[in-house]
Design a protein around this ligand. Structure first.
Ligand SMILES: CSC[C@H]1O[C@H](OP(=O)(O)O)[C@H](O)[C@@H]1O
Length: 344
């Protein structure tokens, strides 16, 4: 099943908050419900957010009746604005929203606005599946039979419409017959690694070992991994923004002489910006003082302790060995090769 899809004028998505022990499909009948799903990470991951943003604008066009084309256009603009306020760091969310809104606003009748919005949202979703497959095949050439790969967060089908970015590369390498072992960081505080990545890889029969984030150093020090791969939420001229803890892996990999790869589609690049221009999402204190997203209100710290909870960190591009995209593998110097390969 795709992570997110459109059925009977409703968005259906795998509710990732419930995994790994419960597989449930969440239905969003309006933009507010979808916004809540994005904010609470029922749907998450940069490319999945791109599709969610696009489908969300289409949902606004279908969620009620309209008496004029002006009315529906005003309404979907407001819906787009609300969706854009849900999470600030993954540039893909804005790409999806803006792409569908631009197409929909060309409509001259209510029905045409709806049709244009839905067609464009569907195109985004279909393109994501195709580009992930392409990226997987391209990136697989960097991996050999017997590799042991460390990864963080979840960058598989659940972070996209299907197949994945960094995990998609691993899937493609395995599909080519290469024997790959994966070490997955649990990825506190929301445990996308322990809840989602291990679940996905075990579904595929791919050898995966779960470690805590603090064990990343020792697995490199003991030579238990020989490559690192991660996803991205926004790639700017001097840094890659990805799940909190990615920067730590990049520094450790540099120290241990281990290649550190990023896998991301072209829409994750925000090449006109630099790290200082990017807003890093800060999430609630409850995500840290309580056990985690699954075991509710079990206190793991004093109720009133101060908390700092950034959801992403910037990894300087000089720590990145190569960036895998659907247009090819981009090696340094990035200031020359990114615009050239991605035709930015
Ligand atoms: C395929 S890139 C997914 C990217 O998004 C994740 O963040 P979140 O789970 O908060 O949406 C993480 O940064 C992954 O690398």
């Amino acid at each position: 099943m795709r992570t997110i899809l459109w059925e009977n004028n409703t968005i259906k998505l795998i509710d990732q908050r419930k995994l790994p022990d419960t597989f449930e499909v969440l239905e969003c009948k309006n933009v507010v419900e979808l916004g809540e799903a994005i904010k609470t990470l029922a749907v998450r991951g940069a490319p999945a957010l791109e599709a969610a943003g696009g489908y969300g604008v289409a949902l606004a066009a279908f969620e009620r009746d309209f008496t004029s084309v002006e009315e529906i256009k005003e309404y979907i603009k407001k819906g787009a604005e609300y969706l854009a306020s849900t999470r600030p760091t993954a540039v893909n969310l804005f790409v999806g929203i803006e792409r569908v809104l631009k197409e929909a606003l060309k409509g001259e009748r209510v029905e045409e606005v709806r049709e244009l919005a839905l067609k464009e949202a569907q195109r985004i979703a279909d393109e994501d599946v195709e580009r992930n497959r392409k990226m997987g095949k391209i990136g697989a050439e960097l991996f050999e039979d017997g590799d042991s790969i460390l990864t963080i967060c979840n960058t598989g089908s659940l972070a996209t419409v299907y197949w994945g970015t960094a995990l998609g590369v691993i899937r493609s390498a395995v599909e080519e017959g290469k024997k790959i072992r994966v070490y997955a960081c649990e990825t506190r505080p929301l445990n996308q690694g322990s809840r989602l990545t291990t679940w996905e890889l075990m579904q595929d029969g791919i050898d995966v070992t779960l470690i805590t984030d603090s064990m990343a150093g020792i697995v490199m020090q003991k030579g238990m991994v020989n490559k690192v791969i991660a996803g991205a939420d926004r790639i700017v001229r001097d840094a890659v923004f990805n799940k909190i803890g990615t920067y730590t892996l990049a520094v450790l990999a540099k120290h241990h002489g281990i290649p550190f790869y990023i896998a991301a589609p072209k829409t994750t690049f925000d090449w006109s910006k630099k790290a200082d221009d990017v807003k890093i999402e800060e999430r609630s204190r409850e995500e840290i003082i309580y056990c985690n997203v699954k075991c509710g209100k079990t206190l793991m710290a004093p109720q009133d302790v101060k908390v700092y909870n950034p959801a992403f960190d910037p990894t300087p591009l000089e720590l990145v060995s190569a960036i895998i995209t659907e247009y090819g593998i981009i090696h340094p110097p990035y200031d020359r090769n990114v615009p050239e390969i991605l035709k930015l």
